[in-house]
Ligand binder design. Structure first.
Ligand code: F0G
Length: 350
């Protein structure tokens, strides 16, 4: 593996215009792309998992954050602000800690996963928990635009999209081309970023960009339903969003790639979440499993035989241990600290 750990701003310096800003890195990108025996067998395709939970703060957000923070430093900004369902805030707080900035995160009270909140606390973020949704939080953040010391680091900041497009480059660098990309959709920044990446790279590397397949949770599926959802609800809190900021660019990605967007139920998400862990050894968070659930659901209607598919596994399962406790727990056998009892437990029939 070349260039491991140098970060996307160094690795893809010819593809991201920093306009004189000094590149920084926390080692983002270069995430594993793993062949899934289980999903390939289920669908007849060759299915690869892009494990974005291996980024420094445990989600794909770091790819975009490193660009946004690099530009914020160039502009001498002091405070990073974002609305978040958890991962953007974890990422922003990590980069703020490393580069001597303050982070202030605005989150929907009671609706972000434990691990993500723990990360923000550990990184020393100012945590503001509002009695509203992610969409309400983002509306407040938009109003901070003219505060001179503040850099907004949600994906409405175009630098975020510039960084996130590099995941598409990595997939093509590894596989040459793919037929479909399966991706969970919340605020719709990531699907837009991937499409930008595939399009830009296709003119340089001579491949046909893939069809984009987006997946929303059924209780938070504004793009699928074609209308704003006032009270979005899903177990996949990361994508509990009723009015995506990048709705328009996601629509362009779907149309230009000849792709489509669909919804999956919470039950389907949980089934895929457990199966991905038990059959592929990949521990992701529920939102990340939406793309897998969607692929399996679509494979009953669409012929994926012999196609090459990548599913974006957007975040690490450790961020949301409560969901495992609830849906993926197993027995714990109490035993004395003695060989005989331990052996007995090992051999017990489940
Ligand atoms: N998967 C995970 C794990 C996420 O955290 C998010 C978004 C998505 C998928 C959807 O990506 O918004 O670009 O369509 N999380 C944001 C946050 C909203 O605040 O962390 P998207």
């Amino acid at each position: 593996m070349i260039n491991m750990g140098i970060g996307i701003l160094h690795k893809y310096k010819d593809h991201i215009d920093l306009d004189g800003a000094a590149p920084i890195s926390m080692g983002e990108g270069d995430t594993p792309l793993i062949y899934s025996d289980y999903l390939s067998k289920e669908t007849g395709a060759s299915v690869y998992l892009k494990i974005e939970g291996c980024n420094p703060s445990g989600s794909f957000k770091d790819r975009g954050m490193v660009v946004a923070v690099c530009k914020a430093l160039q502009k001498n900004k002091k405070i990073l602000v974002c609305a978040s369902t958890g991962n953007t805030s974890a990422s922003a707080s990590a980069y703020a800690a490393k580069f001597g900035l303050t982070s202030a995160i605005i989150i929907p009270s009671g609706n972000i996963a434990k691990g993500k909140l723990a990360q923000a606390m550990a990184f020393g973020a100012k945590i503001i928990a509002i009695d509203g949704s992610f969409d309400d939080a983002l509306n407040i953040v938009r109003k901070l635009e003219n505060e001179s010391s503040i850099e907004i680091v949600n994906s409405i900041n175009p630098h975020r999209i510039e960084g996130q497009k590099t995941a598409a480059f990595e997939i093509i660098d590894s596989l040459g081309s793919i037929d479909y990309l399966c991706i969970p959709v919340g605020n719709a920044g990531n699907i837009s970023a991937y499409w930008k990446g595939f399009k830009e790279y296709s003119s340089l590397k001579n491949f046909d960009p893939p069809k984009m397949l987006g997946f929303q949770a059924e209780g938070a599926a504004p793009i699928v339903k074609g209308k704003v959802i006032d009270s979005p609800d899903t177990i996949a809190t990361a994508i509990r969003i009723g009015n995506p900021a990048s709705w328009k660019s996601a629509g362009i990605a779907l149309a230009e790639s000849n792709g489509s967007i669909h919804s999956v139920t919470d039950d389907e998400i949980i089934e895929s979440y457990v199966n991905l862990a038990r059959k592929d050894g990949v521990y992701c968070e529920p939102a990340s499993a939406a793309g897998i659930a969607g692929l399996l659901k679509l494979s009953k209607k669409v012929d994926f035989n012999e196609k090459k598919i990548t599913c974006v596994v957007t975040g690490n399962g450790l961020k949301d241990p409560s969901t495992s406790e609830k849906f993926a727990s197993t027995n714990i056998y109490p035993a004395k600290s003695e060989l005989s009892e331990v052996l007995e437990a090992i051999n017990k029939k489940v």
